[in-house]
Ligand binder design. Structure first.
Ligand code: ATP
Length: 274
């Protein structure tokens, strides 16, 4: 029988994040707990400055907690070996492609940096990922400047997936995309989550993306996760931020769309039913 703890991909316990600035100390996270299980698409929402991006950076190992524990698959992310760092893929908000590199060189970059595989294998792996994100082989030699916003996101996603990470972090995945490109990128993410059995942690301000992809939503306010659950559970929680965020005009419109379709569910739960 599988122990519930074996399924925990991200384990955050009693996390404190404190920055020293000109006005003194700023406490961003106070005793924050968050556990994310295999197969979840966990979305972080919260007001500006509540520490969503800092939390993603801590899961990626780019920033250390002031106090407390952040573990990915049982290890502190900052202490992972180069091969262990392959456990986490990150899609940055603006794609963050290298402009001097071709599409294929961008996708291959993390694998090339590892210096473990010969060039032809790296090229093959990058071409597989190009196809996986819905791009054609003829896009391989293009420069990022020749691509649309939607295509840049796809290339950045292919690069984030090049090492086959079990955990994918998404920072505003649909920001800057028009509604059609945004829907199509959500469809791609949903398909990859299902097919690859990924665990996903996402920060988004876009309510359509939030409701479309999340299996669980965690709300950051008052330096903590004040509630986490399905969209319906979170919206029912009495807190001024939640009221303003979800029940304002924008939230109401997204909610009406939500009522028309079934809630997304974790891939792990679906797999157990098979
Ligand atoms: N390296 C740093 N040094 C000092 N302060 C920082 C640092 N990184 C983040 N902060 C501060 O921590 C707070 C949380 O930042 P963060 O970027 O995580 O917010 P956020 O929830 O992602 O906000 P937004 O939704 O506006 O992007 C902000 O007040 C920010 O100025």
């Amino acid at each position: 029988m599988t122990n519930a703890a074996d399924n925990v991909v991200v384990d955050i316990r009693k996390l404190w994040t404190v920055f020293k600035n000109t006005d003194g100390e700023q406490v961003v996270h106070r005793n924050l707990d968050l556990h994310i299980e295999r197969g979840e698409v966990l979305s972080l929402v919260g007001g500006s400055g509540t520490g969503k991006t800092v939390l993603l950076r801590q899961i990626l190992g780019l920033q250390k907690p002031t106090k407390g524990v952040v573990e990915v698959l049982g290890q502190a992310p900052g202490e992972l070996s180069a091969a262990g760092a392959a456990n986490v893929g990150m899609l940055f908000q603006h794609g963050a492609l290298f402009s001097a590199f071709s599409v294929l060189e961008n996708i291959a970059f993390p694998l090339r940096e590892l210096k473990l595989l010969p060039d032809d294998l790296i090229r093959h792996a990058a071409l597989v990922k190009l196809q996986m994100v819905g791009l054609e082989p003829q896009h391989a030699n293009k420069s990022p400047s020749d691509l649309s916003g939607g295509m840049i996101k796809r290339v950045a996603l292919a690069r984030a997936l090049i090492m086959d990470p079990p955990l994918l972090l998404l920072d505003e995945p649909t920001a800057g995309l028009d509604p059609e490109a945004s829907d199509s990128f959500c469809d791609l993410l949903r398909g990859l989550h299902r097919e690859l059995g990924l665990t996903v942690v996402m920060v988004t301000h876009d309510l359509d993306t939030l409701f479309d992809l999340s299996t669980r939503i965690a709300v950051l306010a008052d330096q903590q996760v004040i509630v986490s659950g399905t969209a319906r559970e979170v919206i029912a929680y009495p807190h001024p931020f939640i009221h303003e965020y979800f029940l304002g005009g924008r939230g109401q419109r997204a909610l009406e769309a939500l009522h028309d379709k079934p809630a997304p569910r974790p891939e792990a739960a679906r797999a157990e039913e098979r």
